[in-house]
Write a protein of this length. Structure first.
Length: 398
């Protein structure tokens, strides 16, 4: 059956925002890709329009129903609401087991044919994911089956989100020095900042930002750090003094920090492509940093009982290619040294080691991007799987 079996059909994504920008960032990218590349009529239910607006300025935070870039966006106020079978989409995606409204589920059961119901899980490099990807989960009361769909880093998972045109856009931009300089100039960067070692910083509040700034200010070469407004604000204000608001530029020694307003997702991709080193967090920016093919460090979302350290180690086992400098910096940045049994090392020594290994780390980033491309794109795999489920259901009725 064609990959486009669901072309001009309908799809709904239910998104509850837990990690301010990662959850909605993933769902918004997926929604746009499925609409643009597969012609689906996509509806996105989201419970936090303010966070959504930070990455997509066209979103109106007081609008219950609106259309943004051909996507129907609905404010998910609560679990109430009455739904008919005619309102149910052909493909229903709940992001990260977010418990969609019970009456929507009841309407799904009344459909003929019934929709393909997927739980799009969070990204992890842990090995157990391969065995759980696409596993069915029958509803305890209704004639419905939900399937687990896991993004991942191997060809036995759903892969990573990657738009069809992304590689071409990245190559064109990264190979054009004037385009990169113009992009930075639009962000307010001076020619000196553009010529410096450029870092994008997107982290959680508990990251050891001040320690890193303290090292960077004594660098032999100038470093410019681009920080979105509201990110690491306390650390920036403590280190430099004054308010960390968009448009502010703060300097100590070799370090310049430029506070940026939140920018739309396509521009954030350009920032990752144009910088020499990226610090990212959560899942959405984490994935986009990998597509950039630029050295990066990941600030993982913290979980109870330090379960996130296990996920961090699983990724490093696949990605770091036994590069001790990269591994040690990842662990230090996530305050995982003690949990992993590693000896504490100073930030200065860690950054020096990273700097000396940057060429090797850059080569690995490029190699990793190519490897991830070979695994396939999450949206394409999702549609392929939905086609297979729908075909199997039709054959069983014959």
């Amino acid at each position: 059956m064609s990959l486009h079996h669901f072309k001009q059909g309908s799809l709904v994504i239910f998104c509850k925002v837990v990690d301010n920008f990662g959850d909605i960032g993933i769902c918004w990218r997926l929604a746009r890709q499925l609409q643009q590349e597969y012609g689906l009529a996509v509806t996105l239910w989201v419970d936090d329009l303010k966070s959504f607006q930070r990455i997509c300025p066209a979103v109106r935070i007081h609008q219950e129903v609106q259309t943004v870039e051909y996507i129907t966006v609905r404010f998910w106020r609560d679990q109430e609401g009455i739904f008919s079978a005619g309102e149910v989409a052909d493909i229903v995606i709940e992001f990260f087991a977010c418990d969609i409204p019970p009456r929507y589920i009841a309407a799904m059961a009344a459909c003929n044919p019934r929709p393909v119901w997927l739980n799009l899980e969070g990204l992890t490099a842990e090995e157990w994911v391969e065995g759980c990807h696409t596993l069915p989960s029958p509803h305890p009361r209704l004639p419905l089956t939900k399937y687990f769909f896991f993004p991942g880093f191997t060809n036995k998972t759903g892969g990573l989100l990657h738009e069809f045109s992304l590689e071409e856009k990245r190559q064109q931009f990264q190979s054009n020095a004037l385009a990169k300089a113009d992009f930075f100039a639009q962000l307010g960067a001076t020619s000196t900042e553009i010529a410096s070692f450029k870092v994008s910083l997107f982290c959680y509040p508990h990251a050891p930002v001040e320690n890193l700034f303290d090292v960077w200010k004594t660098s032999e070469n100038p470093i410019t750090c681009f920080v979105p407004e509201g990110v690491a604000a306390t650390s920036v204000e403590t280190f430099f003094g004054g308010k960390a608001i968009a448009g502010e530029v703060k300097t100590q020694g070799a370090l310049t920090v430029r506070i940026l307003p939140f920018i739309p997702q396509p521009d954030y991709d350009k920032l990752l492509w144009a910088c020499d080193f990226n610090i990212v967090r959560g899942e959405d920016s984490f994935v986009r940093a990998q597509w950039a093919g630029v050295p990066f460090v990941w600030h993982i979302y913290p979980q109870d009982e330090n379960l996130h350290f296990k996920k961090l180690r699983a990724f490093l086992t696949k990605y770091a290619d036994e590069n001790d400098a990269l591994i040690n910096f990842f662990l230090w940045w996530n305050d995982a040294n003690g949990a992993m049994g590693e000896e504490q090392v100073s930030c200065s020594l860690l950054w020096r080691s990273m700097s000396e290994s940057m060429s090797k780390i850059s080569d690995r980033a490029t190699e990793w991007r190519k490897h991830m491309l070979e695994n396939g794109d999450l949206a394409a795999k999702l549609i392929q799987f939905a086609n297979a489920v729908r075909s199997a259901a039709a054959e069983n009725k014959v």
